[in-house]
Design a protein around this ligand. Structure first.
Ligand code: HEC
Length: 186
């Protein structure tokens, strides 16, 4: 007997398929089902989130006491004249007065110091006399002030001289001293 194509079945199959697709149609405004999810969602806690395991409930833990950032030099001197003198005895300027270092020192000086100390270090910047004036760098006292004592004054401040550690980095503080020496004609 000759086999006949079952046209009914042939038509029925796409109808069932399309019908099933229509019935199971998904809401495209929602995320599709995900499985497994371990790859998308790391089980690790994000740094700035709370944490049920670690102390204080914080994921980001404070650094161990005494930790210092890479490349950062601690400064073991308290404010005050005695400590300034000790810094003067113990600290040496690690930079040579090369053209490059002097140029950097000049840049720092003009941006952070000249307002008070004056363009040529005369203690007569535009802030003066509204701000109690600093001594001229050209005095004997200033010329004989050790580099370390200057570094101390710039780092922790001295009387009316505000501490500049937060706005001028340690290397720049040494380089600005090279420039001050240049202003002093040394
Ligand atoms: C707000 C004004 C002001 C600014 C800005 C300032 N200084 Fe001073 N500085 C002073 C005053 C005032 C003194 C005098 C402090 C004292 O009487 O002991 C002084 C003193 C000093 C001394 C000691 C000078 C000496 O002969 O004994 C140094 C070194 C110095 N400053 C460096 C700097 C450097 C470097 C900067 C910029 C990074 C700077 N200062 C920015 C006001 C300022």
């Amino acid at each position: 007997m000759k086999k006949r194509i079952q046209w009914g079945v042939v038509l029925l199959l796409p109808i069932i398929t399309l019908g099933a697709m229509w019935m199971l149609r998904r809401d495209t405004s929602e995320r599709n089902r995900e499985w497994p999810t371990q790859m998308q969602y790391s089980p690790a806690y994000l740094s700035q989130t709370s944490n049920p395991v670690l102390p204080d409930g914080m994921t980001s833990q404070p650094p161990v006491a005494g930790t210092i950032p890479r490349g950062w030099m601690p400064f073991h001197y308290a404010p005050g004249a005695e400590e300034a003198a000790r810094a003067g005895r113990e600290l040496k300027n690690p930079f040579q007065s090369s053209e490059e270092n002097l140029a950097r020192g000049q840049y720092v000086y003009q941006n952070y110091c000249a307002v008070c100390h004056g363009a040529t270090g005369g203690g007569d910047g535009p802030m003066i006399p509204r701000y109690p004036n600093p001594p001229s760098y050209k005095t004997e006292q200033s010329k004989t002030l050790a580099d370390g004592a200057m570094f101390h004054a710039i780092t922790v401040g001295r009387n009316n001289m505000p501490a500049h550690a937060s706005q001028v980095g340690a290397e720049d503080r040494w380089k600005v001293i090279l420039y001050i020496r240049r202003l002093q004609g040394m």
